[in-house]
Design a protein around this ligand. Structure first.
Ligand code: FES
Ligand SMILES: [Fe+2]
Length: 325
């Protein structure tokens, strides 16, 4: 992965409600971070005390300052060292913590590790849609986790019965990519035929699956042009082998009562996630130690695009094909 490129994007690392009155530690792209609130602002520093290297997230907030729990050094909201326990005179040393840009938006705390890319709200749900949000951690590779969500060919096996049954389902596929992402359109010739569809499918005949750098993925389920349901996942690469998924499941406001639909749908989605988690963990264990040589065929719809966007491999091919799953 091109880590330096990925560091220039914004990631939703915490739910706003997770950050209360204590400092909180979280890792992004392998960089340990400490977050705390200072009045209305969220502050983020590298989570390491410059004195002897312990985690500042294990410290506390004293008079709005971040205090290390080892020898009590204190830092203000700019990251400046303001107090050294044991020094009787004002601290002369100019020591500053490394600070990172933070935005709090949509009940999420977003961070950018480098560069000056402007913040962009990446959960564009349709008007009149309501969503239910879940934040999950999984063990797996970043790129493979995104491929798993966006490439449907595994669904006949990993989610057999749940998302697809034995009878085959034909679809026309067309794809369009850019240097920031790609969109795949599925025009369904036959109705999708898993258990979920039996209960919840109100005539879906199109799917639209999109990806945007650095980890934003969305699948829309449509009847003609009307959006019936959508799942958005922001994949956040915490560190090697550890991914956070910020999942929004969205339904039209008109669907009443929404809480009931969300409650009924939840166990099915949890089961699909459990099945994906298991295979992603297995894949990670088998591939983590050395560069894996992929076999990529036309039926692999997204991996070439992901390798190009996330790992600087050669540009992917936009597919136009008929497929049966
Ligand atoms: S390690 Fe933090 S004050 Fe000493
Ligand atoms: Fe899956």
């Amino acid at each position: 992965m091109n880590i330096e490129k990925l560091k220039t994007y914004w990631y939703p690392v915490l739910a706003s409600k997770a950050l209360k009155s204590k400092p909180l530690g979280k890792t992004l792209l392998g960089v340990a971070l400490v977050f705390f609130r200072n009045n209305d602002e969220v502050i983020c520093f590298k989570d390491q005390c410059p004195h002897r290297g312990v985690a500042l997230s294990n410290g506390s907030l004293v008079n709005n300052q971040l205090q290390c729990h080892y020898h009590g050094w204190s830092f203000d909201k700019e990251g400046r060292l303001t107090h050294v326990h044991g020094c009787t005179k004002k601290c002369e040393e100019k020591i500053e913590l490394e600070a990172f840009s933070v935005v709090e938006e949509g009940n999420l705390i977003w961070v950018r590790l480098s560069g000056d890319r402007a913040f962009e709200w990446l959960f564009p749900l349709e008007k009149n849609f309501v969503n239910s949000r879940h934040i999950k951690q999984i063990e797996g590779d970043f790129l493979h986790s995104i491929e798993n969500f966006l490439d449907p060919t595994h669904t006949s096996f990993i989610h057999k019965g749940l998302l697809r049954s034995k009878s085959r389902q034909g679809m026309n596929i067309s794809q369009k990519s850019s240097e920031e992402g790609f969109v795949t359109h599925y025009a369904l010739r036959d109705k999708q035929n898993g258990l979920i569809n039996k209960f919840f499918d109100k005539g879906i005949n199109k799917n639209r699956a999109m990806f945007r750098l650095p980890g934003f993925a969305k699948i829309e389920y449509l009847k003609d042009e009307a959006l019936l349901f959508c799942v958005v996942i922001f994949f956040v690469p915490l560190k090697k082998g550890e991914i956070q998924m910020v999942v929004d499941v969205a339904l039209p406001q008109s669907m009443v009562p929404k809480w009931l639909v969300f409650t009924l749908l939840q166990p099915f989605l949890e089961l699909a996630l459990y099945q994906d988690k298991k295979i992603l963990k297995e894949q990670y264990e088998k591939t983590k130690d050395k560069e894996f040589e992929y076999v990529i065929l036309e039926s692999d719809l997204v991996i070439d695009h992901l390798l190009h966007l996330l790992s600087d491999k050669r540009k992917g091919v936009d597919k136009q094909l008929y497929m049966e799953l």
